[in-house]
Design a binder for this molecule. Structure first.
Ligand code: KG4
Ligand code: ZN
Length: 346
């Protein structure tokens, strides 16, 4: 089944609209991103508050959606707009998980478009978008994905390990009990007086420091389960900085990053061994972290396991991945209600 999907993402602080051509069916899906437009202007606003404020995010999405729509589809009423809508089969919009006031802005916008252009509307899952983002603009040259596979999805709101039988069926092996790993990066960055979002800032600073300078704990690394906990690690950094104000911030950043990556990699590959996985997939905003990508790539190579990651621009929140999630959902005949659900499960 071939589908051209117009996809809308407003679950957190990025407003985005994309057009994605999906084909190949459940077994061999491929996604060509025709257009992908998003703002990151919100980043600046949220920097002032050190994080995302739901009602501010909502206001920004309402302001940004028509601007991005114009950039992507053309002026309302124009010939360009009509031409694009002729090619669209379905509209997709993120319904969760995420910030509900932010999600609603996208849903309302999508509903208006669906009514106006008489197109069906799919409520898509944000984390499934992260899971499938490594399929966006994947070239035909790369070998087919190997299953079973373990997927590590790491974002600002989630840290989860999935066991995939194929691209359409999975089991949730475990999640974080407290902070998501991206959240820990953001909070540690704040302690080190770095701007929001903290992940890229920690990465930049960590490259200048010694990852073995401070032996931060590796929470739950020896527990025989696939759950995570990052709140204790964050608190250790806080106490360490309070008690050792002379340690270079680059060393603190590098040591924190090393501890977080260690836990993620060890638990991922413990799952690989336990379930005889042939592939490891990575997704979510923290997948942009170069040290994490390198570590997982090396560990996978050592074991002869296939490693798949999204292209750099599709790690953090983007609307194209929502198009991919919607296509897979359509084929799996999974329907989500068209209402914001902050805690929508996998
Ligand atoms: O997936 P995402 O864009 O939004 C959510 O769904 O949460 O993830 C955002 C998270 C933030 O916590 C951000 O600090 C983190 O991803 N992040 C990174 C990097 N780039 C973004 N964390 C570590 N290293 C990076 N290079
Ligand atoms: Zn996300």
């Amino acid at each position: 089944m071939k589908q051209t999907i117009l996809a809308i993402e407003t679950s957190c602080d990025e407003t985005g609209i994309a057009i994605v051509e999906a084909r190949g069916g459940l077994k061999n899906p491929s996604f060509h991103v025709v257009k992908n437009a998003l703002t990151s202007s919100q980043t600046k606003i949220h920097t002032l508050y050190g994080g995302v404020v739901p009602n501010l995010a909502k206001r920004e999405h309402i302001k940004n959606l028509p601007i991005i729509y114009k950039r992507l589809v053309g002026l309302p009423g124009s010939a360009a707009e009509k031409k694009i809508w002729k090619s669209i089969d379905t509209i997709a919009v993120t319904v969760g998980p995420g910030l509900e006031p932010a999600l609603w802005t996208g849903i309302t916008f999508a509903q208006e478009l669906s009514k106006k252009w008489k197109k069906s509307l799919v409520g898509a899952h944000h984390m499934q978008g992260h899971l499938y983002s490594m399929l966006l603009d994947r070239t035909a040259k790369v070998p087919p994905l190997q299953f079973p596979a373990v997927a590590l999805i790491v974002s600002g709101g989630h840290t989860m390990l999935l066991l995939l039988k194929d691209l359409a069926s999975w089991k949730n092996l475990g999640e974080t009990r407290d902070d998501a790993v991206g959240e820990a990066f953001d909070k540690v960055a704040r302690m080190l007086k770095l701007p929001y979002p903290g992940g890229p800032e920690i990465q930049r600073l960590a490259a200048l420091g010694n990852p073995a300078a401070v032996p931060f704990p590796r929470p739950m690394v020896n527990d025989r389960n696939y759950e995570f906990s990052f709140s204790g690690l964050k608190t250790s950094v806080l106490y360490y900085c309070r008690d050792n104000p002379k340690t270079k911030t680059a060393d603190v950043a590098a040591s924190f990053q090393a501890a977080a990556i260690d836990v993620l990699a060890i638990k991922t590959f413990r799952a690989v061994e336990a379930f005889g996985a042939k592939g490891v997939m990575l997704g979510g905003g923290v997948a942009a972290n170069k040290a994490l990508r390198m570590r997982l790539a090396q560990d996978a190579k050592k074991r002869g396991v296939q490693f798949s990651v999204p292209k750099m621009k599709y790690n953090t929140d983007n609307p194209a991945m929502i198009g991919a999630a919607a296509y897979m959902q359509l084929l799996r005949k999974k329907k989500n209600p068209l209402k914001a659900n902050g805690r929508l499960g996998m």
